[in-house]
Design a protein around this ligand. Structure first.
Ligand code: ARG
Length: 573
């Protein structure tokens, strides 16, 4: 049990004996070191409810509070806060426990859930854009964290492999295809076909009709068109897989929209028969008179020309997932503009009797330096492959400058880890709902809240160990000696290490990896203060061992925390 949880229990016990509702027993880290290590506002909250003087309530709680086995005598401060300072011995015991715990003090959830996470989900023959980039990074990190906490997680890439874009792609394939380009850069070539046909048909109603006919033929199962479609999908997958490989992202399921095709007709018929949907002006809709926000916004599931929609596919997909996985929750990691779509799908699912927890994990956009939706220099949507390539290239410049002595292979590997880490971290450190400005300079900086800063903190610790091994000829004996906390900078670092046990649970509560980023940033900061204030290798034996061990736990937490963001650490940089 963590110190914070332990303290909350003691406060709850005290409240109960004092005849106060124990639900007021919240304990938080102290706002500043001068207030101690932890504090509770229980007295203030209780006093408000009981209409009493908070300092008096605090005093009465104090008389019942029993914490002397691990804290100094608690004090009352300000308007009625109760402050706690943990004894050095107790703090030492707690970090030693984390050090000896494979999970670094992170407990698994008590009730594991089956969570299906739908993320990335790019579209075939359209480039992955920044929305897909955010979904990919955020969804991957959330699935890593959920899994780490003991949930059963199914990652599902619901790619857009069936849609109106294929009329244009097929027409383009038949008339404009460049086979060499298709071999070399399949996604770019497919997108080129899509764009060119799109432009050509703009002022040409006859061509428009021909293109539409190609789509109809595909939908009716025409062999030639199906074959082209299949090739386009498989070539796109190849490129997606290359990017996922580079990012070290894996999916348990990769069923695109086309997989649900055959289920759409029967689903709409069933919804009609059950009276859940009804016809309206030739189309079929689900209406939500009982939901004020959706009263005027019915969900269209079949157009008057017989075509099905995005929402129809999502309903069929959900029914399939229910049967296949029996999830407790389904999370959709998709941009904020799709909010209405998911509200409609979720409300429709309720009508179908689906009670699973359905969640749209929305996020804002990435903005270019001009504060508009990010584009490449030539004004195109930024595409993931290009972005990652450029990240690695830019990191390479930094690495060769800082580390001219590394071998070329090592430089390349370090640049990969730093470049990809920088892109991922720049995204994850933001509150997911805010739009943020994309800046190469900022994200690759070794200062501030960036991935290179955290990776560098890790590398610095590793280099202390290399130095220790070289300098201490008799070998370093810290492995079995305990950590003993005394100096203020050691206290601060130890307390920060202990927070790791809480932060991952907080992240999952409202799906915000930025809390983990902030935590790791503060951890690296505490380490740097410790490193400046407390000599390690020059200290006498026992202190040196303790400090080396403290540094080692810090490195472990940094590495584990970063890995839960999908970010690696180099050994040197
Ligand atoms: N392919 C969609 C898009 O690019 C995202 C799909 C999200 N998942 C879902 N089940 N609707 O916007």
């Amino acid at each position: 049990m963590s110190l914070q949880v332990n303290l909350r229990q003691r406060v709850a016990d005290a409240l109960r004996t004092a005849g106060i509702d124990e639900r007021f027993a919240a304990v938080a880290p102290a706002a500043a070191a001068r207030f101690g290590d932890f504090q509770t506002n229980a007295a203030m909250v209780a006093a408000k409810a009981l209409k009493k003087n908070p300092r008096e309530v605090a005093a009465s709680i104090l008389t019942h509070l029993n914490v002397e086995d691990f804290c100094e005598r608690p004090t009352v401060a300000g308007a009625g806060f109760i402050n706690f300072k943990v004894l050095d011995t107790a703090l030492s015991d707690a970090v030693n426990a984390v050090r000896n715990d494979r999970r670094l003090g992170v407990e698994s959830v008590q009730k594991a859930k089956t969570i299906l996470i739908d993320f990335s989900s790019p579209n075939v023959a359209k480039p992955m854009h920044v929305g897909h980039i955010r979904s990919t990074i955020l969804g991957d990190s959330l699935s890593r964290i959920a899994r780490h906490l003991g949930h059963r997680v199914i990652t599902d890439n619901h790619i857009g492999d069936w849609g109106t874009q294929f009329g244009k792609v097929i027409y383009g394939w038949k008339h404009l295809l460049n086979r060499v380009a298709l071999e070399q850069t399949p996604i770019d070539e497919l997108v080129r076909l899509y764009r060119e046909v799109n432009a050509m048909e703009e002022n040409d109603p006859v061509l428009k009709e021909t293109v539409r006919h190609e789509l109809v033929k595909l939908q009716q199962g025409d062999a030639e068109n199906l074959e082209i479609w299949k090739q386009a999908v498989s070539l796109s997958w190849k490129e997606f897989e290359r990017l996922y490989g580079l990012l070290e992202i894996t999916f348990d399921e990769r069923l695109g929209e086309s997989f649900y095709n055959d289920a759409l007709g029967p689903l709409v018929d069933r919804l009609l028969a059950q009276g859940i949907a009804r016809e309206s002006e030739g189309a079929v809709c689900i209406f939500f008179p009982e939901t004020p926000a959706l009263e005027e916004k019915p969900c269209l599931i079949r157009k008057s020309d017989g075509g099905f929609l995005y929402a129809t596919t999502d309903l069929a997909t959900l029914e399939y997932r229910e049967q296949r996985w029996h999830p407790d929750a389904v999370w959709y990691v998709t941009g904020a503009p799709q909010q209405l779509h998911f509200e409609q799908v979720f409300a429709s699912a309720r009508k179908l009797g689906i009670t699973t927890d359905l969640l749209h994990i929305a996020f804002g956009s990435i903005l270019g330096e001009d504060r508009k939706m990010m584009k490449t220099r030539s004004g195109e949507n930024v595409e993931l492959g290009g972005l990652l390539g450029e990240a690695i290239e830019q990191a390479m410049t930094v690495v060769t400058e800082k580390n001219p002595d590394l071998s070329a292979a090592e430089q390349h590997e370090v640049a990969r880890v730093i470049g990809l880490g920088a892109v991922k971290y720049a995204d994850l450190m933001q509150h997911r709902l805010t739009d943020y400005l994309f800046s190469w300079e900022k994200m690759l900086s070794f200062q501030g809240n960036t991935a290179p800063y955290l990776q560098n903190a890790y590398v610095r610790i590793r280099s202390i160990f290399r130095k220790a091994e070289a300098e201490l000829s008799e070998g370093i004996s810290y492995a079995s000696s305990p950590i003993s906390i005394a100096a203020p900078a050691e206290r601060a670092l130890a307390l920060q290490i202990l927070k790791f046990g809480e932060v991952l649970h907080a992240v999952l509560e409202d799906q915000r990896p930025n809390l983990l980023c902030l935590y790791l940033y503060e951890l690296a900061d505490s380490f740097h203060s410790f490193y400046e204030a407390c000599p390690i290798l020059k200290a006498e034996d026992r202190v040196r061992s303790s400090r080396l061990a403290l540094a080692e736990v810090t490195a472990e937490v940094l590495k584990t925390g970063l890995s839960l963001l999908g970010i690696g650490v180099p050994e040197r940089m």
